[in-house]
Design a protein. Structure first.
Length: 343
């Protein structure tokens, strides 16, 4: 990222010690950012990150997005905010949905409110495919997070703070993703466990995810939603590709069944969103619905929309085979390093 608009800027990143945040920090530092305020609740990860980067432009804030004061303290003089802090694990949110709401909804409201209070130019909220037609608590809380950001944009048209949303599918080798699990199982000589072999998932690198945030920072209008186009594979294809790269051509794959709240296919844009989406090359932009509460305007006649529009899903996007998936995986530094060591 070598964009002039970030040169000398101050950026706040919530959840900045996680996979997304750490990758974003690397790109911002390379791009000449002035300062990065990192808000997170894990002091060990903060210390690890401080030592790893050893850069005086990083300033760490220990706190939680649920706490308004700790959020506000990390926002002084910021130009841009990237909100990545969240509860992300589907099973744990199923058992503790009130915790998902506290972090993903109320916490996100605190971030947007604090950013607006200090006059930040832009806020980008990190969302997930699970927010589309949500069937689990994590997805429902993320859908409400999106609505929270768009409600601010709709209700504050004069604000200098532009709030937008980026929505992701599966980010390869991020913390909690399935690829590190496959690697550990293969290296230990154990069977590879998959929930459902025919399940499909979008495949996006962390660098791609950072590019999407950067695109939103530069191009968003208030309330915009952005999605980066991506290829997909079945879970079985992904498992076989990882095994092949590590020298195992016919791995034992054991089906364990779908977990709490999982979907067979990821959906990054629903049909209703695709009706409004603008194709911007590598990205889709979905503008906010800016209609007012005057529903009576639509009692007699609503908007006319074409009928034949499909969701944008991991089932109907380009489907990778094993060799294509291997080529994509080799773009990940951690995978390339593993392959080199095992050769």
């Amino acid at each position: 990222m070598a964009d002039d608009y970030m040169a000398g800027a101050t950026v706040a990143i919530t959840g900045g010690t996680g996979s997304f945040g750490s990758t974003m920090v690397s790109h911002l530092l390379e791009g000449g950012v002035g300062r990065i305020n990192i808000l997170s609740r894990d002091e060990t990860k903060q210390d690890d990150m401080r030592r790893r980067f050893s850069d005086s432009r990083l300033k760490f804030f220990l706190g939680d997005v649920r706490d308004r004061e700790s959020v506000r303290s990390s926002m002084n003089d910021v130009d841009h905010v990237f909100h990545a802090a969240a509860l992300k694990q589907v099973p744990s949110c199923e058992f503790f949905p009130q915790q998902a709401v506290a972090t993903n909804v109320s916490g996100s409201h605190n971030v947007v409110a604090a950013a607006a209070e200090v006059g930040a130019r832009s806020v980008v909220l990190l969302s997930t495919d699970k927010a589309v037609y949500p069937v689990n608590a994590m997805g429902m809380s993320k859908a409400l997070m999106e609505k929270t950001g768009q409600a601010f944009a709709r209700n504050n048209p004069g604000s200098r703070t532009t709030v937008s949303i980026t929505r992701y599918g599966n980010v390869m080798y991020s913390r909690g993703s399935v690829i590190p699990l496959f690697v550990d199982q293969i290296l230990a000589g154990h069977p590879i466990t998959v929930t459902e072999p025919l399940m499909t998932r979008f495949l996006m690198s962390l660098d791609d995810s950072v590019d999407l945030v950067d695109y939103a920072f530069q191009h968003a209008e208030p309330g915009d939603l952005f999605v980066r186009k991506a290829a997909a594979s079945t879970v079985e294809t992904l498992a076989r590709a990882v095994a092949s790269l590590l020298g195992v051509e016919d791995p034992e794959i054991r089906k364990i069944g779908i977990r709490h709240g999982e979907k067979m296919h990821e959906t990054l844009l629903g049909q209703e969103e695709m009706l409004k989406a603008e194709d911007q090359g590598d990205y889709f932009r979905v503008p906010m619905d800016a209609r007012s509460l005057e529903y009576e305007l639509f009692f007699d006649q609503g908007e006319q929309m074409p009928a034949e529009v499909r969701d944008y899903t991991s089932e109907n996007t380009h489907r990778l085979d094993v060799e294509e998936t291997k080529a994509l995986l080799m773009q990940l530094p951690k995978v390339a390093e593993l392959v080199s060591r095992s050769a």
